[in-house]
Ligand binder design. Structure first.
Ligand code: ADP
Ligand code: MG
Length: 398
């Protein structure tokens, strides 16, 4: 199976690339990972529960401070954009870097902007970024980019910000500067996850707990399947689902659907009357929050394999009630489960992107091949399949 780290990816190489771009060594190198969400999909904007884990794939930021207030940005993934130069004092959402090639720079520039807006004493910097997180695959390369940048600036300017605070600044950057209405999950996962654990996050209270998810010790693996498709409806459908949830919460007289406990689901559905679609949207969110709590309870007592059926049930709910799956994601789940996987589901917003499959270590290779064969037989583009273990969150490497 493919090397999840990417050949040669590491702090030395990123520091050398920094030196080649800027003509001197960086002050340090920071890493921030991509993530998958184990369970709890489309719950974050309903103030609900999520449970992501960090991938071994990381974005590395090599950085050095600058005394002149300039922010210079370069990405190994977008060499054609060259070095993009901005001024911290002039950063504004309305004056974000323009042009398709420079769009990537809105993410790190947004982080510096969010810090400045929060009254933090952030100054100029040179940054070079390298990443092994697949982009646009629902694995949160955007959060990895933001959090790597934030971790670097936090240390360079001795801001002393805790990981959760960095995550909130990064979310603000993505919402207000880049213009993507994401929840708090991705950035929190990248900033706060720890090795061998999934992160149980209450997206309203922002309380979080590391839940043991030691797949290696149990002889298990999580296969990530990047379908390499992203369907046209994705953005519109995301906004539409958010709006439906807000409509339902208003109709039910609650602040957010998180406030409907599982035991009140039946009466809530009855209160919603004839609107079958709205009822199914609500049923997904309420049962999905319940599945997160069930998964936490199982993992707390070491019943890792028993999480498998919850994943598959979560997928059915995303597919049938929330209608955010697609044929490629469904095929991953069906083919993997038919081949003996412990459970599988789409992960991330849906309409393409990635799925996760819980497998035994012994079955990982075979089931990965079954999924690839199923894609070939269906005439789909070959997916990227790789086994993962819960990995560390953001950290300084050098
Ligand atoms: P996801 O977060 O699921 O990967 P997004 O659409 O939210 O998908 O973010 C992908 C975008 O993030 C890319 O199109 C690019 O602009 C930016 N990006 C992520 N990683 C890098 C990187 N290492 N270098 C430059 N841009 C990056
Ligand atoms: Mg993203």
């Amino acid at each position: 199976m493919s090397d999840p780290y990417g050949a040669g990816h590491g702090p030395e190489r990123t520091a050398a690339a920094f030196a080649a771009v800027y003509g001197g060594p960086p002050a340090g190198v920071w890493a921030a990972p991509g993530r998958v969400n184990l369970i709890g999909e489309h719950t974050d904007y309903n103030d609900g529960f999520v449970m992501p884990l960090a991938l071994p794939h990381t974005t590395l930021a090599a950085a050095a401070p600058r005394a002149d207030g300039r922010l210079r940005l370069h990405s190994g993934g977008v060499p054609e954009a060259g070095v993009i130069e901005l001024r911290i004092a002039e950063l504004a959402p309305t004056a974000a870097p323009r042009g398709a090639a420079a769009r990537w720079a809105t993410y790190p520039a947004g982080v510096a902007w969010a810090m400045r807006e929060a009254g933090l004493a952030v100054g100029g910097a040179d940054l070079h970024l390298d990443s092994t997180v697949p982009t646009g695959a629902g694995l949160s390369s955007s959060a990895a980019l933001e959090v790597a940048t934030a971790a670097a600036l936090n240390d360079l300017y001795e801001l002393g910000l805790a990981p959760q605070r960095l995550a909130r600044l990064c979310q603000r950057a993505e919402n207000a500067f880049v213009g993507v209405p994401c929840g708090i999950m991705d950035q929190t996962a990248s900033a706060c996850c720890t090795e061998g654990h999934a992160l149980f996050l209450d997206t309203r209270l922002l309380t979080r707990r590391q839940v043991p998810f030691d797949l290696a010790a149990q002889g298990l693996r999580l296969l990530v399947v990047d379908t390499r498709v992203r369907h046209e409806l994705a953005d519109g459908a995301y906004a539409n689902r958010r709006a439906s949830c807000e409509t339902a919460a208003r109709a039910l007289g609650v602040r957010a659907l998180r406030d409907i406990p599982y035991v009140q689901l039946k009466s809530a559905l009855a209160d919603l009357g004839e609107d079958d679609r709205l009822r199914r949207r609500v049923r997904h969110v309420v049962t999905e929050n319940r599945r997160v709590e069930e998964a936490v309870a199982l993992l707390d007592v070491g019943e890792v394999r028993a999480v498998g059926p919850l994943l598959t049930a979560g997928h059915a709910s995303c597919r049938d009630d929330f209608e955010v799956s697609c044929p490629e994601l469904d095929l991953v789940v069906e083919s993997a489960n038919a081949a003996g996987a412990l459970g599988a589901r789409m992960t991330g917003a849906g309409f393409g992107g990635s799925a996760i499959v819980l497998v035994t270590e012994a079955d990982a290779e075979r089931i990965g091949q079954v999924v690839r064969d199923a894609f070939a037989a269906a005439g789909y583009r070959a997916p990227r399949v790789f086994p993962t273990l819960p990995s560390p969150g953001a950290r300084r490497l050098a």
